[in-house]
Design a protein around this ligand. Structure first.
Ligand code: SF4
Ligand code: SF4
Length: 290
């Protein structure tokens, strides 16, 4: 079984469009939306949910104001500045700021603080017209997206094993933070979707730097290469110096937008288009055993 993670370094590069196109070409695959903070693969794959589980993302402190003596010891100890007084002078913990470290619970002399589990994140196993999909929804203000990514990747592996599937395709999160690290750890291959803009080039350099420590086989494609051919050429030269194979230079094409409006991938909407052919070639390299 091979796990392939598609990353972009920043949002808005067309990564999910590319992932969806690959999803419609790949056979024997399970698709996993690792971009749990802003999941959007479901918009094209239109999953039919088979199983839903809440995900335990940690604890938050709450204060029993009946027991509280307003000594303020917890406020002095909270390193995350999460405990405040409201307009009625009642003490409270802001759940969006609380990191669940439990220190306040330990130092409270009145036993007024307890911890509640936060079960506001959800994991889903779904079926789509291309196969199984594992995805997630994070509740407002919830954290621990890195743990959630690890959890849904593990679920994808289980499904791939149970169903004898050959591939797991991860639609990775943007940036270089904790969810990206969770998305890349242990993956077999990475495909970088690069946008030829100054910020796109800058962010992909940071991402490549991060990937160096993972020693993962890395490929790239430039999306909408013709919106800035000068930067596209710079990106190409840069990739050459690092021996990162450039698998495709996808032109800007309104057919992709039309496909999205019709909730289809480019390979479904225009199967004989030049871009669909390019995507087949990309998948042919990614899916090879090397
Ligand atoms: S659990 Fe930690 S972060 Fe949350 S309010 Fe208590 S001391 Fe602050
Ligand atoms: S430490 Fe306990 S008693 Fe003191 S202010 Fe905080 S919650 Fe109230």
């Amino acid at each position: 079984m091979q796990e392939i993670t598609i990353l972009s370094g920043k949002g808005g590069t067309g990564k999910t469009t590319i992932t969806a196109a690959i999803a419609s070409i790949a056979k024997n695959a399970v698709f996993c939306d690792n971009d749990v903070d802003a999941a959007d693969l479901h918009l094209i794959l239109e999953p039919n949910i088979l199983k839903e589980n809440s995900f335990d993302s940690g604890s938050k402190a709450i204060i029993d104001i009946e027991k509280c003596t307003n000594c303020d010891i917890c406020i002095d100890h909270c390193r995350f500045d999460s405990i405040h007084y409201d307009k009625s002078d009642n003490i409270y913990v802001n759940p969006f700021e609380c990191e669940g470290c439990r220190l306040c619970e330990r130092v409270c002399p009145a036993d007024a603080i307890s911890m509640i589990r936060s079960l506001n994140n959800y994991e889903y196993v779904s079926e789509t017209r291309f196969g199984y999909m594992v995805h997630a929804k994070m509740g407002a203000g919830e954290e621990n997206s890195g743990r959630l990514v690890t959890s849904i990747r593990n679920k994808s592996k289980e499904i791939a094993k149970e169903n004898n599937l050959d591939f797991i395709i991860n639609d990775g999160p943007p940036g270089i933070g904790c969810p990206v690290i969770s998305s890349v750890t242990g993956t077999n291959k990475v495909l970088l979707v690069i946008e030829p803009t100054k910020s796109g080039f800058h962010d992909i350099k940071r991402l490549i730097e991060l990937l160096e420590s993972f020693k993962v086989k890395t490929y790239a494609l430039i999306n909408k290469f013709d919106i800035n051919t000068e930067i596209s050429t710079e990106v190409e030269e840069f990739l050459k110096t690092l021996n990162i194979p450039l698998l495709a230079k996808i032109p800007f094409d309104t057919t992709i937008v039309e496909a999205m409006i019709n909730k289809q991938t480019i390979s479904e909407f225009a199967p004989n288009s030049e871009i669909s052919k390019m995507m087949k070639d990309v998948w042919s390299v990614l899916s090879s055993s090397n």
